[in-house]
Design a protein around this ligand. Structure first.
Ligand code: HEM
Ligand SMILES: *[C@@H]1O[C@H](CO)[C@@H](O)[C@H](O)[C@H]1NC(C)=O
Ligand SMILES: *[C@@H]1O[C@H](CO)[C@@H](O)[C@H](O)[C@H]1NC(C)=O
Ligand SMILES: *[C@@H]1O[C@H](CO)[C@@H](O)[C@H](O)[C@H]1NC(C)=O
Length: 509
């Protein structure tokens, strides 16, 4: 216990020092200035500029107006042009500061728990559960996070998750193309990530009736997460709450089976999944475990499938990148064959260098998570602005990723900008990488970022080696405020015959 507190302190110490320093330079120095110049007048808070909009709804509808995912949208453009990168508004019924500023975004995430606190709308808590990691703060959050990180540790990533990711990739790709030509790439990506999570969270096998039922239930559930929280019969939110109940029912049954099994058999025969971990290694209550599993299923399924669909979308419009990807993966497959190996190894994964550029560029331009919800818990002074306690604050990650002062041609898909020695000037600022935060940051940094990268890289490996693809009809990514392809990204594929194909019957396991 003590050891963990100490190591935690050591971990946070640099952030604390940084915070103190920033606090001194931005606050103390400014206050002195203010006192010198206006000694008699009571200091009025210097709020960021902005307009409150309509009563009650404020500017919420403008803020959430759908727009192509590769742009920040008219609302953001107009507000930044009028007020600057930090402005105030009234959103989701609360007084809010919106930040499109890379420095402030980083400052917010690194001061989690000290100056700011995670604060999602109550509707999210209603659906994901009060013990969901997105909702928890403080010690309760830390405990849940530790369990998730254990489950997603680098040891498990190499030994367990890498082979699992490859197995689930092949399961999906071997069923391509389905009978009638065009099919939804987003749907297939969801199948892939859902099956992977269901297997690793509670050992549910893909294709089984129970798994399929849960997956379909999950789709209803997701519609409710992004809907308005109107809880009366017929609304998306109401249906989602019902879905939540039946999903929890499935998880609960799994849990009881497991408990029964654990009491009967030796512990060595237990399945190595998150459910097993949570039951053995923690003293979480049943209710807590249910919410933990449900929210991990949510966090690990929607985001990475969207990222994969976006990669398929962007690459389709950039044949040069597909070509370079294919060369990289052909080389990896060639060396793998020389070794006589039939599965990808961690070393193979580490060779996927250009693939990582493609992944970063996909997340920069696609912005799976556009903004985060935070609350100000202490009065904050930043760059001359006063941000009062009690306000909400939204770090808009997308606005920074599409900022033309950080990235040249920010609306262009250009994976080469991530090559360290690549063509000069595509990252305009040497600090651009540090403002790149697709997984958030600070003490709530995405627990699954390494898994997400692994999923995308392995999937792309087999995709580019075995298929060419094209969009069956134009589809654009929209934001509601979650990114989505309205038509599910219909594509048509063509198999590439070749000796490295692991999809053909002869080499199929
Ligand atoms: C490309 C895919 C992904 C993206 C862009 C992404 C993005 C994010 C972001 C931005 C956050 C921070 C939320 C906040 O601070 O309010 C987050 C949190 C989280 N993500 Fe991911 N994520 C991805 C994939 C995954 C996967 C595959 C998992 C795995 C199981 C996962 C598990 C989590 C968990 C557990 C949290 C909560 C962490 C905490 O509160 O301490 N994510 N993710
Ligand atoms: C548990 O394992 C021990 C040896 O490891 C064995 O002797 C015993 O029969 C096992 N019990 C059950 C119920 O499998
Ligand atoms: C279990 O809970 C008790 C009190 O609720 C606490 O003192 C103990 O440290 C917890 N153990 C673990 C392993 O979290
Ligand atoms: C991709 O972005 C991450 C930050 O999330 C960075 O650490 C990494 O170096 C980037 N990868 C490449 C290939 O530039």
């Amino acid at each position: 216990m003590m050891a963990s507190i100490t190591s935690e302190l050591l971990f946070f110490l640099p952030f604390i020092l940084l915070a103190l320093l920033t606090f001194y330079t931005t606050t103390v120095a400014k206050c002195h200035g203010a006192h010198r110049w206006r000694p008699t007048k009571k200091k009025r808070p210097n709020l960021p500029p902005g307009a409150p909009g309509w009563p009650l709804v404020g500017e919420t509808f403008g803020y959430l107006r759908p727009h192509p995912a590769t742009s920040v949208g008219r609302f953001m453009e107009q507000h930044v042009a009028r007020y600057g990168k930090i402005y105030r508004s009234s959103l989701f019924g609360e007084r809010t500061v919106v930040s499109a500023d890379a420095g402030l975004n980083r400052y917010i995430l690194q001061n989690e728990g000290r100056l700011f606190e995670c604060s999602y709308p109550r509707s999210i808590g209603g659906i994901l559960g009060k013990w969901s990691m997105l909702v928890l703060v403080g010690d309760a959050h830390r405990e849940m996070r530790a369990i998730s990180l254990n489950f997603l540790s680098s040891v498990r990533l190499r030994a367990v998750l890498l082979p699992e990711v490859e197995r689930h990739t092949l399961l999906v790709l071997r069923s391509w193309p389905p009978a009638d030509g065009a099919f939804s790439a987003q749907h297939e990506a969801k199948k892939f990530t859902f099956n992977l999570m269901a297997k690793n969270i509670m050992s549910m096998d893909p294709g089984e009736e129970e798994t399929e039922r849960l997956r379909l239930e999950y789709i209803t559930f997701m519609k409710g997460v992004v809907s308005a929280p109107l809880n009366f019969p017929g609304t998306a939110y109401w249906k989602a709450l019902k879905s939540r109940a039946s999903i929890l029912g499935v998880i609960e049954r799994k849990m009881e089976d497991r408990l029964e099994k654990m009491s009967k058999e030796n512990s060595s025969v237990e399945e190595d999944d998150l459910l097993g971990w949570a039951l053995k290694q923690s003293n979480l209550s049943k209710e807590q475990i249910l919410d933990l599993l449900l929210s991990l299923l949510f966090a690990g399924h929607e985001t990475s499938s969207m990222a994969l669909a976006l990669a398929i979308f962007f690459l389709e419009g950039c044949p040069k990148a597909v070509q370079e990807l294919r060369e990289e993966h052909l080389e990896i497959a060639r060396r793998q064959r020389l070794r006589g190996a039939s599965k990808l190894s961690w070393e193979d994964y580490k060779e996927m260098v250009f693939t990582q550029c493609v992944i970063n560029e996909t997340l920069r331009l696609g912005n799976v998570v556009r903004f985060l919800h935070r609350k100000v818990i202490r009065d904050v002074h930043y760059n001359g602005y006063d941000i009062p306690r009690g306000w909400k604050i939204l770090p808009v990650l997308a606005a920074v990723h599409l900022d033309s002062s950080l990235y040249e041609d920010p609306n262009q898909f250009n994976p080469w900008r991530w090559k360290v020695s690549g063509s000069a000037g595509v990252l305009l600022q040497s600090n651009a990488p540090s403002s790149f935060m697709p997984y958030g940051g600070g003490p709530r940094l995405c627990a699954g970022s390494e898994l997400a990268k692994l999923e995308m890289a392995i999937f792309l490996h087999h995709l580019v080696l075995n298929f060419r693809w094209e969009l069956a009809e134009p589809d654009r990514a929209f934001v509601y405020p979650f990114v989505d392809f309205p038509k599910g990204l219909p594509i048509r594929v063509q198999r590439i015959a070749g000796e490295h194909s692991v999809l053909t019957e002869s080499t199929a396991t």
